[in-house]
Write a protein that binds this ligand. Structure first.
Ligand SMILES: C[S@@+](CC[C@H](N)C(=O)[O-])C[C@H]1O[C@@H](n2cnc3c(N)ncnc32)[C@H](O)[C@@H]1O
Length: 285
């Protein structure tokens, strides 16, 4: 049987890590924030949102998902709720959950440069005692069974073909009665997608299943559905009126030219119903 380290090395070589990875990202992000007129010694999570919420819809949809998940009222959650953010990116959602809802958050991401940026930004906003960022693979979660109250994931499963292993892992690390909350692009009514899209240049690394396939898969791992909302419009980059600013995460990671091509393809995918993004909230039975 392959070791966890072996699995991880294989995944790094084969999968999305090279697609997402960027050199010198800490400096690039800090330079972009400074150029936008922000004081690097007095940052707060709201100022960072354009730069660190790496999903369509940004801060507003993170807060909406948190509301759907019941984080605002804290009902049935331990205090403070222990959250695992899978595919946490630059750490924007993790910091938002810590600041707004008092959560302690462990954010795991496959891309080392993102984790490095996440650690720097978390330090700058004074949240290092509540938010930690680790490099790791969503398909090989390095945590004990039942060790989280909430598993949270936004726009991170699209490169992952093996969704059975992904959701089995979510169920394993959640305690009984815990909450799974996700924002997940899924396959629309019409296929295939137009490329490039934010997570892939072509279909060889994009793995979307339909909402009904996902619902049935998730239910099969002992999750009870609490909320299921189609949020394609509000989470589509291409539906925004103006292009994102220079310090937006999309511009920093993708660059202006690639982002323009992604916006064109995104508009077509949206208009032709080729993608359906879902906010889902489930309880682990
Ligand atoms: C579009 S970004 C979303 C980041 C973050 N969730 C957010 O909303 O700001 C997708 C993230 O998924 C991560 N990712 C992709 N495959 C992964 C895997 N197998 N394990 C952990 N992270 C993964 C990428 O490194 C990237 O940071």
């Amino acid at each position: 049987m392959a070791s966890a380290a072996g699995n991880y090395a294989r995944r790094m070589a084969e999968s999305s890590e090279s697609y997402w990875e960027r050199a010198d990202l800490v400096q690039t992000v800090l330079d972009a924030l400074a150029a936008a007129g922000l004081d690097l010694d007095r940052l707060d999570v709201d100022q960072l949102a354009v730069t660190d919420q790496f999903h369509g819809g940004g801060k507003a949809v993170t807060l909406r998902l948190a509301e759907l998940a019941g984080l605002a009222d804290g009902a049935s959650l331990a205090s403070p709720p222990r959250v695992l953010d899978v595919g946490g990116g630059l750490g924007g959602p993790a910091r938002m959950l810590a600041t707004r809802f008092g959560c302690t958050v462990t954010a795991l991401d496959l891309t080392p440069s993102y984790v490095e940026v996440a650690q720097v930004l978390t330090g700058k906003v004074g949240l290092a005692d509540r938010v930690q960022h680790l490099v790791g693979d969503a398909l090989d979660l390095p945590f004990d069974d039942g060790s989280f109250d909430v598993v949270w994931t936004q726009n991170s499963g699209m490169n992952i073909a093996d969704k059975e292993t992904l959701y089995r892992g979510f169920a394993r690390v959640l305690r009984r009665g815990g909450t799974l909350a996700f924002q997940e692009p899924m396959a629309g009514e019409v296929t295939p997608l137009h490329f490039p899209i934010m997570w892939a240049d072509d279909e060889s690394s994009s793995f979307l299943r339909t909402p009904e396939e996902m619902r049935s898969l998730i239910g099969g791992f002992g999750f009870l559905e609490r909320a299921w909302e189609i949020v394609t419009e509000t989470t589509s980059l291409s539906s925004t009126a103006s292009p994102p600013p220079a310090h937006s995460v999309q511009r920093i990671i993708m660059g202006e030219a690639r982002l323009a091509a992604m916006t064109v393809a995104g508009r077509r995918n949206l208009a032709e119903r080729r993608v359906a993004t879902v906010h889902g909230v489930f309880t682990k039975e």
